[in-house]
Design a protein around this ligand. Structure first.
Ligand SMILES: Nc1ncnc2c1ncn2[C@@H]1O[C@H](COP(=O)(O)OP(=O)(O)OP(=O)(O)O)[C@@H](O)[C@H]1O
Ligand SMILES: [Mg+2]
Length: 480
């Protein structure tokens, strides 16, 4: 512009003067050359300014921390440099915000406990959160949904949603390494995501729910079965007494004894079920009292003495005099010791033998077993009930505390057991934030060790003498 502004009028003026004969061509050409040289001298520094700014703009795309050049010859160029620098700064801020937004979306998705997968219209996984990678496989992105899920129900649901149908829910099972049950929800996304995903698959883990439902169903089935057995026996005897044995006084007496046993068995079962449900209700509130275990043990040993004698079992107790008190509820702890000792008496006589021996020992530990909750593990008191019976095969050990679980059902029933004793023990110990460890050798006997948190030294002792065992001692009713 400057060249045109200066050069054009000068050129036209000189041309006019030459045309009118007022100026010779040579001086006109020389003057014109002078004007051009002057114009170039004026323009060139500005060009250099623009060149510097253009280099600055180019370098700025690679590095954001460059100093802004200060053009000396053009104010417009200086303003341009400032504007470019401002633009770069605002782009940097916005790109930072976008990055942190994307990162926080990623973090939120990854911190979701439920697996989540997004697929594009072609059924290819475009995004998967951490939970999905853990449950379904490490690399999910870019895999066909048909490779991730083999279940036809799931694939049908995905296909339908990708074809435009509304969201739907199907069950989904991951069989290995441990079976897990999920509900899988397929939902269309309102708008496609940046990665091109148009539908979302969400899995919700319902394994615990399914297990609980299974346990509930098993429990009802087991409880009714346990009740039905003595009940059928009772009904059978009533029928016999009303019919063929109506006038047989001797048979009547014999049958009445058996009927009484069966009725007592039903009664025990109901008592145990009620006891279990009461303990479960209280399980979330740990006891606060301080109990002296040696008193509880000696009361229970005394109560089970007749039963032990009837089975030919000697019970030896060796408890230290200075055994510290434990945090607990006396009645419940008596129930624990009573169940363990009753089992040791019942199952502690080896097959073929006529006598057995049970030892009860106790002591303190600086640290309880890992089965104990972290909060109560330090400083605990243990009580061990050891018998020298046939022992328990290893595979049964993890299931002993399940309701109605018996190693040898026929033997246990014949001995009058309901199969609820150790389940009751487990729930009482859960409430006490305590633990039990079973150690058994086939042919070498079994030791049940209970670990309880120790009471603080200044804690008020529960000095009441232990009452009668809330769960009556039992053994083989025929032998008792
Ligand atoms: N000391 C032991 N030695 C061998 N087996 C045992 C011992 N204690 C328990 N068991 C096994 O564990 C099973 C479950 O014990 P639990 O005390 O829960 O039930 P139970 O003794 O059969 O019946 P209940 O205690 O209700 O009278 C028993 O049936 C028995 O098979
Ligand atoms: Mg028992």
């Amino acid at each position: 512009m400057l060249a045109a502004a200066v050069g054009l009028p000068a050129g036209l003026g000189l041309g006019l003067l030459v045309a009118l004969g007022r100026l010779d061509p040579l001086p006109a050409i020389l003057t014109m050359a002078g004007v051009m040289a002057l114009t170039a001298a004026l323009i060139l520094p500005r060009f250099r300014d623009l060149e510097r700014i253009s280099r600055f703009a180019a370098d700025l795309s690679d590095r954001g921390d460059l100093p802004v050049p200060v053009p000396r010859h053009s104010r417009a160029a200086a303003e341009l440099a400032q504007s470019i620098a401002r633009l770069r700064r605002s782009w940097e801020t916005q790109s930072g915000q976008l990055k942190s937004l994307a990162l926080s979306h990623e973090t939120v998705l990854d911190s979701l406990p439920d697996p989540l997968i997004m697929v594009d219209p072609g059924g290819v996984v475009r995004r998967a959160n951490l939970a999905a990678r853990l449950v379904l496989g490490r690399v999910l992105e870019n895999q066909e949904v048909t490779q991730v899920f083999r279940d036809p129900l799931v694939l049908e649901a995905v296909e339908a949603v990708l074809a435009g149908a509304g969201g739907r829910e199907v069950p989904y099972v991951v069989p290995v390494p441990v079976r897990r049950d999920f509900t899988l929800r397929v939902e269309p996304l309102p708008t496609a995501t940046a990665e091109g995903a148009v539908a979302m698959l969400m899995l919700h883990d319902i394994t615990t729910l399914v297990r609980m439902e299974q346990m509930r169903a098993d429990f009802v089935a087991n409880a009714s079965h346990e009740l039905r057995t003595p009940l059928s026996s009772l009904l059978g005897f009533i029928e016999t007494l009303r019919g063929p044995a109506h006038d047989d006084a001797e048979a009547r007496d014999r049958f009445l004894i058996i009927m009484q046993e069966q009725a007592q068995r039903m009664n025990r079962l109901i008592e145990d079920l009620l006891s279990l449900s009461r303990i479960e209700l209280m399980e979330h509130t740990p006891p606060t009292g301080a109990v002296r275990l040696e008193r509880v043990v000696s009361a229970v040993v005394g109560a089970l003495e007749p039963q032990a004698r009837a089975q030919g079992v000697t019970v030896e107790t060796a408890l230290p005099d200075d055994l510290p008190a434990v945090i607990g509820e006396r009645e419940e702890l008596a129930q624990v010791i009573q169940n363990l000792l009753a089992n040791a008496i019942k199952y502690g006589v080896p097959a073929g033998a006529s006598a057995g021996r049970v030892e009860i020992t106790a002591g303190t530990l600086r640290r309880g077993p890992v089965a104990m909750p972290q909060a109560t593990r330090a400083d605990c008191v243990f009580v061990a009930v050891r018998d020298h019976g046939d022992g328990i095969p290893k595979e049964h050990l993890p299931r002993l505390t399940e309701r109605f679980y018996r190693v040898d059902s026929a033997r246990s029933r014949q001995l009058g057991g309901t199969g609820l004793g150790l389940a009751i023990v487990k729930h009482i110990l859960n409430r006490h934030r305590a633990a039990m460890v079973v150690d058994s050798q086939v042919g070498g006997g079994t030791t049940f060790t209970v670990y309880l948190p120790r009471a603080a030294s200044g804690q008020q002792l529960d000095d009441d003498p232990p009452g009668p065992s809330p769960r009556p001692a039992r053994g083989n009713p025929a032998a008792a």
